[in-house]
Design a protein around this ligand. Structure first.
Ligand code: IFG
Length: 531
């Protein structure tokens, strides 16, 4: 009964859309940009087979058909429709039906090439339409991000364009090299609002980034509500906190859950970080009892590091840490909880190991997998712990030793992937302690050979941290992240055999019209042929 009704409805749509079709067809095709190739995508797909005879052109009749019975697939279809409707002006109804007589973009769960795995997709473009096949909704979403880039850049316009919406024909089989492809925002040094975080999620998800690490606490600010220690945010995240005291800000639990949901709808998983035992001045200046001498140090708004340490041999410290981990784990659906561990210069090596060996197991007690900066390898991290390498060198004995015991590594070499590093000596924003990072530096390395003794099988993936000592706005975030974040995204997704600077810089240049239409405040690197 439903099927007949649906078909009738579809034909009604077709009848309605027909005049639109006639009126919308431009007198002459107006190619707005050079013909797009299936490889004109970042990250570059694994396997592309063009078929010039099979180009597909969106029209007012096009429908988006999603796998019946999958609300997640339907959500991917809705997101795609929301992306394509403004610039095309087409209805693009999203229909969870087994088939349609109309030209379609079909999102199908199952039937994909076996190589696609859990995150990949198969995308077929023929004269009759587009079919994206995947094992999971995440794979469908990845396929729609590729489809978005296969359309002319005008697709990013917020208003209707008289562009010919042609998609190049052929087949793409695509899937990621690494499972973890992350970005990081530091909310502690400067508090970025929910709107700034979700705007960043909109951008990073276009490049198949699938994790966003939020650095929630540090010396200058505590940015996540913890019910059992309420002054952490009202004071530690209060007025005057942050670098240069730029002001209050923290995520309530509702804010955090809204960010988690927004990111999840774009198949980005949030990884929260509570940095300890160092980088804890915001907490310790708020609660005197968290200090060994019971005296609260003054709040800090400078950018020095390494001067703070929780009181390692005081039981209250571990009640505090367990309260925080418990409350944060309860509102974090993702698998990881990051406990920091970096620059604990005010903690003795022995105390550091004592602390970490008590705290790391608390993360798994509350159902999460512990991650931490690579210093955690100095303790005895549990086998499933993840160490995030942020060194500038190519060796690290503790890390290699932990890897032999099963630790996996997220690669974030500071001289390659730290987006808060200046592009060159003239860059107003950013720091330069790890060196200057132009786009070619961010692209020119291999996560599987960066650290001797940490090979492909030990590398979980990559992450591009953006520390906020010098950032104050979304414009600042965008200026430092674009165009270098797409470089890290390609390192995380694409194959070593497709790694090619000339190809990447050309494809990067082709992103400019898209970023201008999305009002992305990107850095126009002289290394890139921007179109
Ligand atoms: N190192 C510190 C960060 C931040 C960064 C700025 C790590 C793991 C320098 N720790 O990077 O807190 O200050 O580039």
């Amino acid at each position: 009964m439903r099927r007949r009704h649906t078909t009738t409805r579809l034909l009604a749509i077709a009848a309605l859309a027909l005049p639109l079709t006639l009126s919308a067809a431009p007198a002459v095709a107006t190619p707005s940009t050079p013909a797009r190739q299936l490889t004109d995508v970042i990250p570059v797909p694994v396997d592309t087979r063009p078929d010039a005879r099979a180009a597909f052109r969106l029209s007012p009749l096009t429908v988006i058909r999603t796998a019946p019975g999958s609300s997640a697939a339907w959500q991917v279809g809705r997101q795609l429709a929301d992306t394509l409707r403004p610039a095309t002006g087409y209805p693009l109804p999203v229909l969870p039906v087994p088939s349609t007589p109309l030209p379609e973009i079909a999102l199908v769960l199952g039937e994909a090439d076996h190589r696609v795995g859990q995150e990949g997709y198969q995308l077929d473009v023929t004269r009759r339409g587009v079919t994206i096949r995947a094992t999971t909704p995440a794979g469908l979403f990845a396929g729609t991000q590729t489809l978005r880039q296969l359309l002319p850049a005008d697709i990013e316009a917020p208003t209707r364009q008289r562009t010919t919406w042609t998609i190049p024909g052929g087949r793409i089989i695509d899937y990621p090299r690494f499972a973890y492809r992350g970005a990081m925002l530091d909310l502690a040094r400067h508090f970025h609002t929910v709107d700034e975080i979700t705007a960043y999620v909109d951008l990073i998800s276009q490049y198949k980034i699938n994790y966003l690490h939020l650095h929630l606490t540090d010396d200058q600010g505590w940015r996540i509500q913890i019910d059992s220690w309420p002054r952490l945010t009202t004071v530690g995240g209060g007025p005057g906190t942050g670098v240069d005291g730029v002001g209050p800000g923290y995520l309530t639990k509702a804010d955090y859950q809204a960010v988690v949901a927004y990111a999840a709808a774009r198949h980005v998983t949030i990884v929260p970080e509570i940095d300890m035992p160092g980088h804890t001045n915001a907490a310790q200046s708020t609660y005197p009892e968290l200090n060994c001498d019971g005296v609260a140090p003054p709040p800090r708004t400078d950018i020095a590091v390494g001067y703070s340490s929780l009181c390692i041999n005081d039981e209250l410290t571990y009640r505090f840490v367990e309260d925080v981990i418990r409350e944060l784990a309860a509102i974090t659906p993702g698998p990881y909880l990051h406990i920091g561990g970096d620059e604990a210069h005010a903690t003795t090596d022995e105390d550091y190991r004592t602390f970490m060996n008590r705290v790391l197991p608390l993360v798994s007690k509350y159902g999460k997998r512990a991650s931490g900066w690579n210093e955690i390898a100095q303790a005895d991290p549990p086998a499933d712990a993840v160490a995030q390498f942020w060194g500038t060198g190519t060796t690290n004995a503790d890390l290699v030793d932990a890897v032999t015991r099963g630790t996996k590594v997220i690669m974030s070499p500071a001289n390659k992937s730290y987006l808060d590093m200046k592009y060159d000596a003239t860059t107003r924003l950013g720091l330069r302690w790890a060196g200057l990072i132009e786009v070619s530096d961010a692209y020119g390395w291999d996560p599987a050979t960066r650290v001797t003794g940490v090979g492909e099988s030990a590398v979980l993936g990559v992450e591009a941290p953006l520390w906020s000592e010098t950032l104050r706005s979304l414009d600042d975030i965008e200026y430092m992240a674009f165009p270098r974040l797409p470089a890290i995204a390609e390192l995380g997704w694409s194959t070593t055999t497709s790694h090619d600077w000339e190809s990447f810089r050309t494809r990067l240049g082709e992103q400019a019209p898209r970023w201008r239409l999305q009002q992305v405040n990107f850095y126009p690197s002289p290394q890139v042929p921007w179109i």
